[in-house]
Design a protein around this ligand. Structure first.
Ligand SMILES: [Zn+2]
Length: 489
């Protein structure tokens, strides 16, 4: 194998490894426009599976899809003071159209709260018009200075849910519910464990009362904020005059939530599961779950082994498995490429299961199944190959989540860490550190300044330490909350 095909090892340079995997596994490519990327079919295939599953889960929780314009009048962005302050530095502005200067500049949406709540204000008169539960699949633009494929690009794809409710209680439940949907998706489908919790004031979304977040640990021990859900209170309703007549006959402002995940999740998937041989895709999100590689030496063997490979594909496709949908199978019967080179390619692309079949296997009515996650090989009878493959895929999916969770816990520190030790950890291998916080934004800012670590979330109860920390990591005053600290993408 040519050396230029080899990947940099994760332990040598994680960041270089990441870029190489994304490019060589053909997930995405750099574009002629600085900071923008092209999502290639192998990357888009994963996104489509993510989209499909999330969309199903949104609909199961009562949401509908709609579409709002890409352009937002500049005056809309200015209506919610915190919101404009948060997003102004990274907006793209259209000043001309059709060769003429526009009367009012248009913002290319960085997020759609403003235009969506302006529309809701038009649609809502009475409590009977609530709740509104709408999701949008769209692209957004944020003029970032430093970009990384999938993790931070000028334009990215995402979904943004926007809801309006009659009570704050209902909106709060909705924000929490969608955080739970994200967690179920990330753990159940991406095999990427997350810590959920609430953001501090310094880290919350511009214009929100509360921001809830899913934080995942990447293999370099940095956190990836992988999904957020916001309780917007009445901030946007007041800015856009989104009012309704209550059941009692009064007039009140509606309560809003918004929530989103993006193509950033693909970056999270790469950095959670990839290894030194390339990508590892959890079976539920793999556009191809099984690649069949027929092996032959003589022309005579070639014909019968290729035919067998296609018959096996047919038998796999007809297998009724427990989870919905047929097995997704590809036969790699290309001529002129050695089996070893094919294995290398499919490993790089992260296909969860490889089925090898040669003339001797065929004579014995068997094939070899090779797991991408562990590399373990197993001979299986051709009469039960569908069942065996489906079982293995199920096992791979579960194992990937367990392994990722073990890695996270192995790199998490809880209980009684001194600030000196904390600095050593953040200068060294990093990790998730659970420690006390006095609630003062000054301590939070000082730690960020000195170590680049931030409070990712004040974790939900199930993630908190059995023994709550007593003092603030930084100042030693009484702790008001346990905080999860980490460096982040
Ligand atoms: Zn403090």
């Amino acid at each position: 194998m040519a050396d230029d095909k080899k990947l940099t090892k994760r332990s040598e340079d994680f960041s270089a490894w990441y870029n190489e995997v994304v490019l060589k596994a053909e997930l995405a490519d750099y574009s002629p426009v600085r900071g923008c990327m092209v999502i290639r079919p192998r990357g888009y295939g994963i996104w489509e599976r993510m989209q499909h599953q999330l969309d199903t889960m949104f609909k199961e929780t009562g949401h509908e899809n709609a579409y709002f314009p890409l352009f937002i009048p500049e005056s809309f962005m200015k209506k919610e003071a915190e919101h404009v302050e948060g997003f102004a530095p990274e907006t793209a502005v259209v000043t001309h159209g059709g060769g003429k200067k526009l009367e009012e500049p248009l913002i290319v949406r960085p997020t759609s709260e403003t235009i969506i709540y302006a529309m809701y204000a038009k649609w809502v008169q009475s409590y009977r018009d609530l709740p509104i539960l709408i999701n949008q699949w769209a692209n957004v633009v944020r003029w970032e200075m430093r970009t990384r494929l999938f993790l931070r690009t000028l334009e990215f794809l995402w979904q943004e849910g926007h809801t309006a409710h009659a009570t704050h209680e209902e909106a709060g439940e909705e924000a929490r519910r969608m955080l739970g949907v994200y967690r179920d998706f990330m753990e159940g489908y991406m095999a990427m464990p997350v810590v959920t919790g609430v953001k501090t004031d310094a880290e919350r979304f511009a214009g929100a009362l509360q921001t809830y977040s899913c934080e995942a640990m990447m293999q370099d021990n940095k956190a990836l904020q992988s999904g957020t859900s916001h309780d917007l209170g009445q901030n946007f309703a007041k800015a856009f005059d989104l009012r309704f007549q209550t059941e009692a006959g009064g007039i009140e402002f509606a309560w809003n939530t918004s929530w989103g995940v993006s193509t950033r999740l693909i970056g999270g998937l790469v950095m959670t599961h990839g290894d030194d041989n390339g990508l590892r895709v959890p079976p539920l999100l793999a556009p191809i779950e099984i690649v069949i590689v027929p092996i032959w030496r003589s022309e005579e063997d070639k014909g019968r082994v290729k035919a067998a490979a296609h018959l096996i594909k047919e038998s796999l496709l007809s297998w009724e498995r427990r989870i919905p949908g047929r097995l997704r199978v590809h036969v790699d019967d290309r001529d002129g490429i050695k089996p070893g080179a094919k294995y290398f390619e499919w490993e790089l692309r992260g296909i969860p299961l490889r089925l090898e079949i040669g003339p001797r296997d065929l004579d014995q009515n068997q094939a070899i199944l090779v797991r991408r996650d562990t590399g373990v090989k197993r001979a299986v009878s051709l009469s039960s190959v569908g069942e065996d493959a489906a079982d293995l895929l199920h096992l791979i999916q579960e194992t990937m989540l367990i392994d990722a969770r073990e890695r996270r816990e192995h790199n998490s520190i809880r209980g009684g860490i001194t600030y000196a030790r904390f600095r050593e950890v953040m200068e060294g291998d990093g990790g998730f550190v659970y420690a006390g916080w006095c609630g003062d934004a000054k301590c939070e800012a000082a730690i960020k300044e000195e170590t680049k670590a931030t409070i990712r979330v004040l974790p939900d109860e199930e993630f908190r330490s059995a023994e709550p920390p007593k003092t603030c990591l930084k100042c030693g005053s009484a702790s008001i909350a346990e905080a999860l600290w980490a460096k982040a993408y």
